[in-house]
Design a protein around this ligand. Sequence first.
Ligand code: ZN
Length: 279
Amino acid sequence: MRDLSRDTGLLSLNTATIGWERTIREAVEACEKFGIAAVDPWRHQMHAGGFAENARLIRNAGLEVTGLCRGGFFAAPDGAGRDKAMDDNRRAVDEALELGARCLVLVVGGLADGSRDLAGARRQVVDSIAELAEHARPAGMPLAIEPMHPMYCADRGCVNTLGHALDICDALGEGLGVVIDVYHVWWDPDLETQIARAGRGGRILAYHVCDWRRETRDLLFDRAMMGDGVIELKKIRALVEGAGYDGPCEVEIFSKLDWWKRPVDEIVRTCVERHRSVV
Ligand code: ZN
């Protein structure tokens, strides 16, 4: 297991961590200030102020791009909606290519509006990823399926375990992998087996960290800073690295209730400290 105690080179800052409304410029400046070598930007932040300009900021800072967040949300009640989602996903692939990202992160989406057909939603996800892969594979952009905690099954992601995501990878073949985000998978009794399986298949494209507050107050916006919750972070990182993953640990914290209210410097300084001590 790698020693992170003096490291910032293996930390990637997911730009949502400093707050949805803050800018890529602020994220890049924080990375430079704290010696962070990588980012994973969100598309809405990339488009605020112009995608090309933000891409230039990232490039000029010499930052590695561990992913682009995000593609996905494939579910739609009709064909027109599905086409629109697919067009947007192809654009996301192109943006990831422009950034030289390691992967495009896919949050696959839940049920279409008005639907209770979960099996149908899951079939649609597989079909949509297969179609998107026809665009991404020849361009060399890996698609990274991020299994979501089951509490998001209806609205954000109906692929809910690492095993489920790997089944889809196996079914669809090359050019696909997974994001292992501790927030989504820490509870899974099959986690150890599935991380090993992901490693054997060369499927681990990114590793996301934060923490799970024992008394979670909001399903989306109450992720905790690493060390402030109940997830066995070092144990999971050991499994992920044991499975062959050698990329950065990406800090991704959605915290409207706490961290996003704080100054960027305080957030990022704490990320660096916790990366060294508890990740
Ligand atoms: Zn994540």
